[in-house]
Design a protein around this ligand. Structure first.
Ligand code: BGC
Length: 353
């Protein structure tokens, strides 16, 4: 069968190659791939900056924002042929650390976790794949066109759960949330914020293209002015940061309401320095009991929360997040940014519409 593979840490190695057909083991589903979403991490892997091949192999099948249809399921499992499923990205480390031993593999402490399509395990950008039933999440048949948004939604569901957990250390009744960045993570963070009844504001640089309208149509307010100005005016109770851009991160941290919580979700590259008023920032954070948290990945509970959020969302709005669908054989095109892109998807079943 055909799969999108890469030699990790080797720029220019991304290609669609023949790989052996997957053979389901005990307790595993065999799944026909429908689509995978492409995100910043996939682009980093394709650029040769990130990623690990499975032990003893050169090439890694990439793709972690999965969507497929069950072809075969183990008897007695909760799955049947025809079910739409998403495969979970991360697996616990083999030790396991305390967090992984408690099902909190998203909080792995020793870094020895593995990730489908990213770290030592083949991903989901192939015509068929297998997955353990315990790491497969069934999704509503109505989400057949947008189910690949489940994984980024799980990342956002975790970010909001982190905000809740940190907020719960004292009285917490947030009203205003600022989401920085109107890419898929930012837009999905806005969706979940609106679903929580918050007054949500989304900041991005662009003034045209689909983003301003997507923000308005989800029930949030779009801003394209400077981050300092917008954050200082709003004084948000919560910031979900989804740009990974230094100046945006520090402006957000400096302008929260007292007891503000900033949740960082953007993975940035190292090596950029910028002047910061460290004393002023520290003073603000201390005197306001502010918190800055990093958040990555998602565990099974977050996938369940994501499934709930997607089921409640306007399916037409979700469909508008997927701005381009590229067939597997042309997958390289999905890695070149187009001006109107929000989420670009690679289709695995021969369709491209
Ligand atoms: C994925 C996460 C993963 C992280 C780091 C992100 O793009 O959504 O599931 O943990 O990359 O590898």
């Amino acid at each position: 069968m055909r799969a999108l593979t890469v030699i990790p840490l080797q720029a220019g190695s991304l290609s669609v190659t023949d790989v052996p057909d997957p053979q389901p083991g005990d307790g595993e589903l065999l799944v026909d791939g429908l689509a995978v979403g492409v995100c910043g991490t996939d682009k980093e892997i394709a650029n040769g900056d990130y990623g690990w091949a499975p032990p003893g192999r050169d090439r890694l099948v990439i793709g972690h924002e999965s969507l497929g249809r069950v072809r075969t399921a183990p008897p007695g499992s909760d799955f049947s042929p025809g079910d739409l499923v998403v495969g979970v990205v991360r697996r616990p480390d083999p030790v396991p650390c305390g967090a992984c031993a408690h099902g909190q593999f998203d909080m792995c402490r020793n870094g020895r976790y593995t990730e489908r399509g990213i770290k030592e395990l083949d991903g989901y950008a192939s015509q068929a794949w297998t997955v353990e039933t315990g790491y497969a999440v069934k999704i509503d048949p109505g989400l057949a066109d947008v189910g690949m948004l489940m994984e980024p939604t799980s990342v956002v569901a975790k970010a909001w759960a982190e905000v809740d957990a940190v907020g719960a250390r004292a009285w917490f009744a947030p009203r205003t949330a600022l989401v920085t960045g109107a890419g898929p993570i930012g837009l999905l963070a806005a969706l979940l914020g609106v679903q929580r009844g918050l007054d949500v504001h989304v900041l991005d640089r662009v003034t045209d293209g689909p983003k301003p309208r997507l923000v308005a149509d989800v029930g949030a307010t779009y801003h394209s002015d400077g981050v300092d100005e917008v954050a200082a005016k709003l004084r948000p109770d919560v910031v979900i940061e989804a740009t990974g851009a230094g100046p945006v991160i520090f402006a957000a941290m400096a302008n929260t309401a007292p007891y503000g919580i900033v949740c960082l979700t953007g993975v940035s590259s190292a090596g950029h320095t910028l002047p910061v008023d460290a004393g002023g920032l520290n003073r603000d954070i201390v005197l306001e009991n502010d918190v800055v948290i990093g958040s990555v990945n998602a565990n099974l509970g977050h996938y369940a929360a994501a499934a709930e959020a997607l089921a409640k969302a306007d399916i037409e709005w979700l469909g508008r997040l997927v701005t381009r669908r590229v067939p597997l054989e042309q997958a390289a095109d999905a890695f070149t940014a187009g001006p109107e892109d929000v989420k670009v998807v690679i289709t695995l079943d021969g369709t491209s519409s």
